[in-house]
Design a protein around this ligand. Structure first.
Ligand SMILES: C[S@@+](CC[C@H](N)C(=O)[O-])C[C@H]1O[C@@H](n2cnc3c(N)ncnc32)[C@H](O)[C@@H]1O
Length: 222
């Protein structure tokens, strides 16, 4: 499938499935998000600028982040972004394809992306990691869920919705770690996040401090 075709299926899919994926009353403690945001709260100063790539409707991650940080959420689904603007009024939101949006170099203390890169065309992943590296400040953090096993596929009735077409494409954990390190970031640790009979990899990476091309680990794992 061509990259533009995959993106169109994903974008129109989330326009259609937004409420099936997350309701307006999704609690902040759903899933693992509060523990992941808690890790960043321990690493970043209050009011730090944070970018949430593929923020969806803003629940729960963007809203959790916006309690302590200056958050920019980006998503290319107009329905998702429209809901996010209502549900998380304290954050700034941009509607666009993350492979086309531009941010100044060093604009963010952290970039997060949960369950989004796995939807992007595989050939765009290394370039996205490089762009994220340039948007981070020295010593800034990148936290994301990426593929644990390599897989490319689609579903014609995602979330049980007839006609709810969706696509995914991702590399395995080892390849993701290599691409992130090739983008100039140091991978501090990875964790397996189980889902059904499979799962994802949560990765925390850090940009080297200014004038340095190496960083020490930010956490104890891996
Ligand atoms: C599975 S949802 C995750 C939403 C939220 N991060 C969460 O964890 O609940 C993936 C989101 O990524 C967005 N997305 C996928 N590819 C994108 C791209 N190339 N540019 C911007 N947003 C994208 C989709 O529109 C969708 O809202």
């Amino acid at each position: 499938m061509k990259p533009q075709e995959q993106k169109k299926i994903v974008r129109t899919g989330y326009d259609r499935l937004s409420y099936d994926y997350r309701s307006d009353d999704t609690p902040d403690d759903s899933g693992d998000y509060s523990s992941w945001v808690g890790i960043l709260e321990g690493l970043l100063q209050e009011n730090s600028p944070v970018l949430d790539i593929g923020c969806g409707c803003g629940l729960p991650a963007t809203r959790l982040l916006a309690r302590r940080f200056e958050v920019t959420g980006a998503d290319f689904s107009e329905v998702q972004i429209g809901r996010a603007r209502e549900l998380v009024p304290s954050a700034r939101f941009l509607c666009g394809d993350i492979s086309e949006l531009a941010f100044p170099e060093g604009a963010f203390a952290a970039v997060v992306s949960f369950y989004t890169i796995i939807h992007m065309p595989l050939e765009e992943h290394p370039a996205l990691f490089r762009r994220i590296g340039s948007w981070l400040r020295p010593s800034g953090y990148f936290m994301a869920t990426v593929g644990h096993d390599a897989w490319t596929g689609s579903d014609e009735a995602y979330l049980g919705v007839p006609g709810g077409r969706m696509c995914w494409s991702h590399a395995d954990e080892k390849t993701n770690v290599r691409w992130i390190e090739e983008a100039g970031l140091h991978v501090s640790w990875t964790r397996f996040v189980p889902e059904g009979d499979s799962g994802h990899t949560l990765v925390l990476a850090q940009k080297p401090p200014a004038g340095n091309d190496r960083v020490r680990c930010a956490g104890g794992e891996n």
